[in-house]
Design a protein around this ligand. Sequence first.
Ligand SMILES: Cc1ncc(COP(=O)(O)O)c(C=O)c1O
Ligand SMILES: N[C@@H](CCOP(=O)(O)O)C(=O)O
Length: 469
Amino acid sequence: MQYVSTRGQAPVLGFEDVLLAGLARDGGLYVPQSWPQFSKDDIRTMRGLPYSEIAVRVMLPFLGGAIAEDDFRAIVKDAYASFDHAAVTPLVQLDQSNWVLELFHGPTLAFKDVALQLLGRLFDHVLAKRGERVTIVGATSGDTGSAAIEACRDRQNVDIFILHPKGRTSEVQRRQMTSVLSDNVHNIALHGTFDDCQDLVKAMFNDVAFRDRMGLSAVNSINWARIMAQIVYYFTAAVALGAPDRKVAFTVPTGNFGNVYAAYGARAMGLPIEKLVVGSNSNDILARFFASGTMSAAPVVPTLSPSMDIQISSNFERLLFDLLGRDGAAVTASMNRFRAEGKFEVTEAQLAEALAIFSGHRVDEAGTMATIEAVWTGCGYLLDPHTAVGVASAKAAGLPADVATVILATAHPAKFPDAVEKATGHRPDLPPRLSDLYVREERLSELPNELGAVQDFVAARARAAKEAA
Ligand SMILES: Cc1ncc(COP(=O)(O)O)c(C=O)c1O
Ligand SMILES: N[C@@H](CCOP(=O)(O)O)C(=O)O
């Protein structure tokens, strides 16, 4: 299996290099040269298998032999042993046609754990084999940061720097990051938005001298391995509901477009999916794109679903690559235009191709609160605000009743207790292992939104860590 960049100019890489590379050297994102294929019979044979076994089957073709099957099986089993539900990502039925896929049973209570628990172990395996050390730089609007820190804390060959937008995460999200006091963990509270954080991370990768000197790697969904691991739960959920012999659709609360792109990948691998419903909060650039064919940035507004307060959805570039006929030069031109003018558009035919698979919906703050309240009253089930955007989007999509619709529950409601309590009068509790979170010591550094300041900080801390090692 080989991986190519969406911008067409970076070297073609195998799995190990793609895992460590993060962003491609031409500024693009890596995608598989071709998608592994699963027949309907292959999918039927997944019925009744445990999560980790389906995970091995789905992901093995992406490794291209880079890790022996038995070693990979052991890594996968170990990664998901840390989840507090035997099914890893259980389904909960809301009504006749709608199910919630709970992706929040990992250590940090968000869907990011599903990929990052695996990634931390893959980094260890590959770095130990190569005798290398990396400096991870990541951007978070709240959840990737804590999941990545939890997965990488105290790992010998890794220093991890996470940029979060100061004051724009929930308190639980911030504390989950900043209360990890391990020497290899460095939290940066940036004076800016998530998009600023993500821009700085990409700028560090695009500074080739800095990238090579520091040995940069990524934990955001620019890293192909993140997408690969997220593809798995689309298979497990669809198969549990009767696929490929039953119609299934997914609704995905969306920000950076990584999770829903993983669903697109599952579909490209042969999993029959009727529709992919993209749910946006008031930061609705994607909903506007699917309505018009124009991607046009607007200022980010803070919402009740802060992890989706994003205007520049990084992974959309991977979809665009396919919509533009896998033409790296055309993707580069669109992305350059987006950077210069804040917008680009696709043709009517390209939009129609996208709409054959996706639909996009916007849910405002009142709609988010009303959905949390209605599902609590109607089903006695607590939604977090991100998942509520998903549930409301599923309703707006109006899929036929014979389609089993799976809404991705991307975070535990206890990560956003204020919004949930306001909507339902019920304050969700953190699990006992996190019950002292509010009194734990925190450590973080505040930095301005300036590339030089962030690079100097990363270089100085990484040098000190290397000398201490
Ligand atoms: C709770 C939650 N829901 C939804 C999203 C959006 O997912 P994606 O960025 O993959 O579109 C995020 C952040 O990524 C998140 O943390
Ligand atoms: N919502 C995310 C933003 C980063 O997304 P990623 O999937 O690219 O890591 C977060 O919670 O940090």
